[in-house]
Design a protein around this ligand. Structure first.
Ligand code: MN
Ligand code: ZN
Length: 341
């Protein structure tokens, strides 16, 4: 079968690899039908993702159809359309025992530490498969995974309707987060970005206020918009050098600051801004079994992921797809691979 392997940074190849077989643990064989390109896939391709190991078959937004099940498989049957959870935890470390497998001390992520979805078949445990809603095409269904990331950060923030929320960044991640934050009906949803067009879009999608961070001071504006208190939750979906201090300054007493970035660039913060307000600074990584939550939201008609794919490429044209991503063409929203080649 064919697969896309990043042999080493900036070296993408279409390879032939052996088709996997099911066993007692990986008891479901999935024939892949769609796989999304995520910023982190691009990072692994370019060698900027510190977590990745090489050579690696990347892709963690993995949609397919079940073609074979073992006797122990209960959750799915042949013919089911599924999306596959990317988190493979050890099950016994402290994080796993605390019910937080997404930050397992021995974490393996499909498409990052172990081979992912840019290949024709995958053998996975039935418990990692989630049924794709009928209203979504296979390519649209890849969007379930980024949406789980948004659900995870809202869960980490313990979002409630009395919160006022700042989302820093209105790109792909920020827009997914906005979509989920809205579900909690907070008092205010403030979105900041450097791009006016993206801010306009955020307003159309439910932001109550927007701030262009090139033109205005984000913390000052957040205090103005919240009667001087500061927001109660800030979520960093921009993950740039200055966004942590911005979030800390924008957030009021007893608030939560959620970080999502993977940058290792040092950034200056001070203790007072955290201690004086007893801020909770919490990381949000991947997702902790959030696929069903997202699927339930879709099936309940609360979120609509239809129409979110801007471009598709057959998997065998992966090089062309990644070159297109590098062109930063403004028409790019979400790109998905198809497997009809
Ligand atoms: Mn992703
Ligand atoms: Zn573990």
């Amino acid at each position: 079968m064919k697969a896309v392997q990043i042999v080493k940074p900036n070296d993408l190849r279409i390879i032939e690899m052996e088709k996997p077989t099911i066993d007692e643990h990986n008891n479901v064989l999935v024939k892949m039908t769609a796989a999304g390109i995520c910023g982190s896939d691009v990072g692994i391709y370019h060698g900027t993702n510190a977590a990745a190991t090489y050579p690696r078959v990347i892709g963690h937004e993995m949609v397919g159809v079940v073609v074979e099940v073992g006797p122990t498989a209960k959750k799915v049957k042949v013919g089911d359309r599924v999306i596959i959870d990317q988190v493979v935890p050890c099950g016994h470390c402290y994080a796993c025992r605390k019910g937080r497998p997404n930050v397992c001390g021995n974490l393996q992520v499909r498409g990052v530490h172990i081979d992912g979805g840019y290949r024709e078949y995958m053998a996975v445990p039935d418990t990692d498969c989630y049924l794709v809603p009928d209203c979504l095409s296979d390519t649209e269904a890849v969007m379930i995974e980024p949406t789980t990331i948004a659900v995870q950060c809202c869960s980490r923030a313990q979002l409630e309707s009395e919160d006022t929320v700042l989302i820093i960044g209105s790109g792909a991640l920020g827009s997914s987060i906005l979509r989920i934050v809205k579900q909690f009906h907070p008092q205010k949803i403030i979105v900041s970005d450097i791009d006016d067009a993206k801010l306009q879009e955020a307003l159309q999608n439910g932001a109550t206020d927007v701030i262009n961070s090139l033109k205005e001071d984000v913390p000052a504006r957040c205090h103005e918009l919240t009667d001087g208190y500061g927001v109660t939750v800030s979520i960093d979906a921009a993950c740039v050098k200055t966004s942590l201090i911005t979030a800390l300054q924008a957030t009021g007493s007893a608030g939560r600051v959620i970080t999502m970035g993977f940058s290792v660039a040092p950034t200056e913060v001070n203790q007072f801004v955290i201690t004086s307000k007893e801020l909770d600074v919490r990381g949000s990584r991947l997702q902790n079994r959030k696929f069903q939550d997202v699927i339930d939201l879709i099936n309940a008609g609360k979120i609509d992921l239809r129409g979110s794919i801007s471009h598709t490429f057959p998997l065998t044209e992966a090089q062309k797809a990644f070159d297109f991503v590098d062109s930063h063409d403004p028409s790019i929203r979400k790109i998905a691979f198809t497997f009809d080649f």
